[in-house]
Design a protein around this ligand. Structure first.
Ligand code: FES
Length: 113
């Protein structure tokens, strides 16, 4: 189990949950969103609509991350990633990611906008 901490700058809150190792972030929080305990927008749950934008900080922040081709394409259309970006890019807390594509492999801090 890993600790996932959600922080929002729009509606101030700080929420900590435990998530199964290797689970997908969106799957770990669907019930929290449905119950109104977490303000995280999502629609498709399949990684294609771009609604579940988050920023992430974790122990590996600052290293490089390799995006999947599908995530990269959605990020180009919905998250401002440059079309000519390589698949491997710096993994910084400023990088917008999609919760549908995040596999939980460590404690995470998730910034929801
Ligand atoms: S909810 Fe559609 S990409 Fe995540």
């Amino acid at each position: 189990m890993y600790k996932v901490t959600f922080i929002s700058s729009i509606e101030p809150y700080h929420l900590e949950v435990q998530a199964e190792a290797n689970s997908m972030l969106i799957s770990s929080v669907r019930s929290l969103v449905s119950d109104g305990k977490l303000q995280l927008a999502w629609r498709c749950g399949q990684g294609t609509c771009g609604a579940c934008k988050v920023r992430i900080e974790h122990a590996g922040s600052g290293s490089m991350v390799t995006l999947g081709g599908k995530e990269k394409n959605v990020m180009i259309r919905h998250a401002g990633l440059a079309a000519d970006s390589p698949l491997t890019i710096p993994d910084t807390p400023e990088l917008v990611r999609l919760a549908c594509h995040i596999q939980i492999k460590s404690d995470l801090t998730i910034y929801v906008e």
